[in-house]
Design a protein around this ligand. Structure first.
Ligand code: G6Q
Length: 545
């Protein structure tokens, strides 16, 4: 088991103190002034690499801030931690596991060792099996029980076994086979299963049960309901299950118990965290939708970003800088949240996905040595695609009292050229970061002839920080780069905070309590021994269910 390296307390480090002192100088400055003082600001505070332009000049920082943040990253051992992750060391110390989502996109022929075994050949074996299965389904050669081709795919999973594939399917829908219906059932609420299957035909529906453990309550409940739905629709013949169910799991025993032939099981490994798993077999539904070649293009995009993260000096390193900018606001400005705003409708599930990726990874209050931290860790992540948010909550970002750093994500080309829609979308994209940074002074407002009583209400203070990430076009390849960018951003921050970004003990307690409550709901003779509030709520439910 790898223990954490000897660690100096974060807030006592000279690099941290230097940033605190520096913050005192930066905090009173306005972006308006910063741009006026430095004509090269926009060109100096940006990184262009891997066909990505990341402009961070509209942030409340200077070149000196970048230097100090990079010094902090170095002092916190970011370089060593990256090497430890990429070389398969067991950096997930509370679960004694390696953290190797980067191996999922390692090209054939590379080698990454875990416990003396090269894992890359196994990754490619599974990818090959996924590819041939996907091709069969896409070509109509995989027949259902009654001999009909499959036209509907239902992924059953939750959390990491749902959010990633769903987000990526939505993101890459443009590239998907439109003859296939692809659905994602996750909630244990029956409304989810019923609504997602109401127009599907059991004869032509394939369920992919995705669960690393194959014991998750919600997924197993939905999988059993799907089994009943299939058997009912196909006359009750148990042999139908083999044609209509495949599993993605690390738990072959439980898959067998459920009745799925392990020939129809696609494996992955304990060194892949759920929320980092959609580029493993957990992405099978996506691969069927977009085809194996496009899936491979996506993996190549991930890998490009992995290599960039591993090899590029931090001041030119996209994920490292994105992470360090986040540290600057989270720990020095005291910002509680970060808003991620993709200007692309296909990315409508991106922020929900990043919410899990970030908040489950870095939502920790104990450091790697078991000490309670005395600094802030992971931010609250939220947002939805522009321009819709502009007509809803952007008001608070512009004129509220809270500091909300935002990431704006946009593409130069739209996938569906339709009149001037894309220019309209992007005009808003550019206008928002400009308005947020520079605002509108009361003098400017008054000069427009606005009545005096309205002037304070119509003034925009500006100085609201944004980072703009632009790519040429949304493709499988660019999606891979974008997701890896945020994966490594989160890793960078977790490293600075000296926390384990790869466990999630916080979800356990609620799960255990739910198990205890299940029998109490239907059996009124079960004595309730919760707190007064919980007892009262359960009683109300029992009386009215
Ligand atoms: C992700 C989490 C969690 C997990 C789900 C589903 O990192 O561990 O979201 O993915 O609880 O777990 P199973 O895949 O085991 O069903």
């Amino acid at each position: 088991m790898t223990t954490s390296t000897k660690h100096q307390h974060l807030t006592k480090m000279p690099q941290w103190k230097a940033l605190q002192d520096h913050f005192e100088q930066i905090e009173p400055q306005h972006l308006r002034q910063m741009f006026a003082d430095d004509p090269d600001r926009a060109t100096n505070l940006r990184i262009e690499d891997l066909d990505i332009l990341m402009d961070f000049s509209k942030n409340r920082l200077t070149g000196r801030t970048v230097e100090l943040l990079v010094e902090l990253a170095e002092a916190c051992g970011l370089r060593e931690r990256i090497d430890a992750m990429f070389s398969g060391q067991k950096i997930n110390i509370t679960e004694d596991r390696a953290v190797l989502h980067v191996a999922l996109r390692a090209p054939r022929g590379e080698s990454i060792m875990v416990d003396g075994k090269d894992v890359v050949p196994e990754v490619h074996d599974v990818l090959d099996r996924m590819s041939s299965f996907s091709e069969k389904v896409r070509a109509g050669d995989w027949k259902g029980h009654t001999g009909k081709a499959i036209d509907s795919i239902v992924n059953i999973g939750i959390g990491g076994s749902d959010l990633g594939p769903e987000m990526a399917y939505e993101a890459l829908k443009f590239y998907s086979d439109r003859n296939l219906k692809v659905r994602f059932v996750s909630n244990v609420d029956a409304n989810d299963f019923v609504e997602k299957t109401r127009d599907l035909d059991p004869e032509t529906t394939l369920f992919i049960v995705c669960s690393k453990t194959f014991t998750t309550l919600e997924t197993m409940a939905n999988a059993h309901t799907a089994r009943d739905w299939t058997l009912k629709g196909l006359g009750g013949d148990e042999t139908a299950i083999a044609r209509h169910f495949v599993a993605v799991s690390t738990n072959a025993d439980e898959v067998k118990k459920f009745g799925i032939d392990t020939d129809n099981m696609f494996g992955f490994w304990d060194w892949v965290g759920g929320r980092y798993s959609y580029d493993s077999a957990i992405g099978l539904s996506l691969m069927i939708a977009i085809g194996p070649d496009r899936f491979q293009e996506m993996l190549a995009g991930f890998h490009e970003m992995d290599e960039h993260f591993r090899k590029t000096p931090f001041e030119r390193n996209l994920p490292a800088m994105l992470g360090l900018i986040g540290i600057w606001y989270n720990n020095f400005f005291g910002a509680e949240t970060v808003s991620i705003l993709p200007y692309d409708q296909y990315l409508n599930r991106l922020t929900a996905y990043f919410q899990q990726l970030d908040m489950e990874s870095d939502g920790k209050h104990v450091d790697l040595d078991g000490n309670i931290v005395d600094y802030q860790t992971g931010p609250i992540v939220w947002g939805q695609p522009g321009t819709n948010g502009q007509h809803a909550y952007y008001q608070l970002i512009h004129q509220g009292t809270k500091l909300i750093p935002c990431d704006f994500i946009g593409f130069c080309k739209g996938l569906n050229p339709l009149g001037n829609h894309h220019d309209l979308l992007m005009a808003n994209f550019f206008a928002q970061t400009e308005a947020l940074a520079f605002g509108k002074t009361s003098e400017e407002v008054a000069a427009e002839g606005v009545p005096a009583f309205q002037v304070p209400h119509r003034t925009f203070t500006g100085n609201h920080p944004t980072t703009t990430i632009m790519m040429k076009e949304l493709t499988p390849h660019t999606l891979g780069k974008l997701i890896a960018l945020y994966e490594h951003k989160i890793f960078t921050q977790g490293t600075i905070w000296h926390i384990n970004s790869f466990d999630q003990w916080g979800v356990e307690l609620g799960k255990k309590l739910a198990q205890k409550i299940i029998p109490q709901l239907s059996d009124s003779s079960e004595v309730l021994e919760h707190d007064g509030s919980t007892n009262q709520l359960i009683e109300y439910y029992r009386d009215n269910r």
